[in-house]
Ligand binder design. Structure first.
Ligand code: NAD
Length: 346
């Protein structure tokens, strides 16, 4: 059994059979290798497929665990699930360590462990930090692909933190955007988005929130806000909004009245009403869970999605464990195929 050594695949396709993989042991896929092998199109396809599998009942998420551990101010937890269509079984474990930045580390830290669904044996250990960003960006991109107006020209970004540039890069691939406008509660972070726009050759403008609502055809919110940043009255007809920042009880990015005006979609309804953007409108009785459509229904052709050019569509992207397993499976397969995985014995 090889230990701590790099191996290349030994079959024609480069993808190991379960038997070959189990002979090699456990593949370790580092953060750097994930970045090298998983591109935005890979993440888009993996996330779109898993949303479709969730809607058709082939994939399901297990209850999320998230706890304050009483050390280093950290929040730690697990997101887990099983995708029978993609044969992905595993867990993303990690959380938020607020003191990490001072140590030169990312505050959000996570690792994904994949298991063989036939035997329960551990298959792969995969770095989860880059994959979290790329799968979250893929989620809003899938929503734009399926729900935004085809003639959308102006992209509005609310938020300019770590996730925002991943969101921006994935979004601009979905429509022929001619301009990006942005607002952030901490304006000193906006040059981060401006730099990406310059690289992509897209005009960029910092605007106030009302201007953003009046001009944007597609809006992505990706902040850590606990209060509404965008009001219902500011949003023009026909806009598609992807609310991506609210992933915890208490967080909030938009006016609950906007959840009433808009046609609602999500990755998973149970998370949307408990930890997602819909939690506030739901708990105050403004909307019911039946008002929210899993985006997989649209992907599978069982729901028309946008019905008119004037409709406002809102995607509540709460972030599900199956997204992590989907992109980690891609990372492991590609890394193993390209000889970039490290292996240890079982
Ligand atoms: P970050 O810390 O790098 O950036 C935070 C952003 O929120 C910045 O734009 C900052 O200016 C803004 N902000 C900070 N405090 C705020 C406040 N009190 N009110 C309003 N805005 C505030 O974080 P990030 O990694 O870019 O993540 C952004 C958000 O996305 C977080 O809430 C994170 O939990 C969430 N997230 C969601 C998913 C998902 O799948 N839906 C995945 C990853 C991250």
């Amino acid at each position: 059994m090889p230990t701590d050594m790099q191996l290349v695949s030994d079959n024609d396709t480069g993808v190991d059979s379960a038997e070959q993989a189990s002979k090699k042991g456990i593949s370790i896929i580092s953060e750097a290798v994930c970045e090298a092998v998983v591109g935005r199109p890979d993440a888009f396809t993996a996330v779109e497929n898993v949303f479709a599998a969730m809607a058709s009942g082939d994939a399901y998420n297990f209850p999320v665990v998230r706890e304050a551990i009483g050390h280093a101010d950290a929040l730690y937890g697990f997101k887990s699930g099983f995708d029978q269509a993609g044969m992905a079984l595993g867990v993303k474990s990690g959380g938020y360590w607020p003191g990490n930045a001072a140590k030169g580390l990312t505050n959000h830290q996570s690792t994904i462990v994949l298991f063989d669904p036939d035997t329960g044996q551990v298959k792969s250990i995969v770095g989860g930090n880059y994959l979290t960003a790329v799968r979250t960006a893929a989620s809003s991109a899938v929503s734009i692909a399926h729900l935004a107006r085809k003639d959308a020209k102006v992209l509005g970004m609310v938020g300019a933190g770590h996730q925002s540039t991943f969101q921006l890069r994935a979004a601009v691939e979905q429509r022929d955007f001619e301009k990006v406008i942005a607002w952030n509660p901490h304006p000193e972070h906006l040059p981060r988005l401006a730099a990406v726009c310059e690289e992509l050759g897209l005009p960029f403008e910092a605007v106030d929130r009302q201007q953003l609502g009046a001009q944007a055809d597609v809006i992505i919110t990706i902040t850590s806000a606990f209060e509404p940043l965008l009001m219902n009255d500011w949003i023009k007809p026909g806009t598609h909004i992807a609310c991506m920042g609210t992933d915890t009880k208490g967080k909030q990015e938009v006016d609950p009245a906007l959840l009433v005006s808009a046609t609602l979609f999500t990755d998973e309804v149970a998370q949307s009403i408990s930890i997602g953007e819909a939690q506030h409108a739901f708990t105050s009785g403004l909307i019911h869970s039946a008002d929210i459509t899993p985006i997989g229904e649209v992907i599978n052709g069982n729901h028309p999605g946008r019905r008119s050019a004037e409709q406002i569509t809102l995607f509540d992207g709460t972030g599900v464990g199956l997204q992590d397993l989907a992109v980690a499976t891609v990372a492991a397969k590609l890394a193993e195929k390209q000889g970039l995985a490290n292996w240890i014995g079982l």
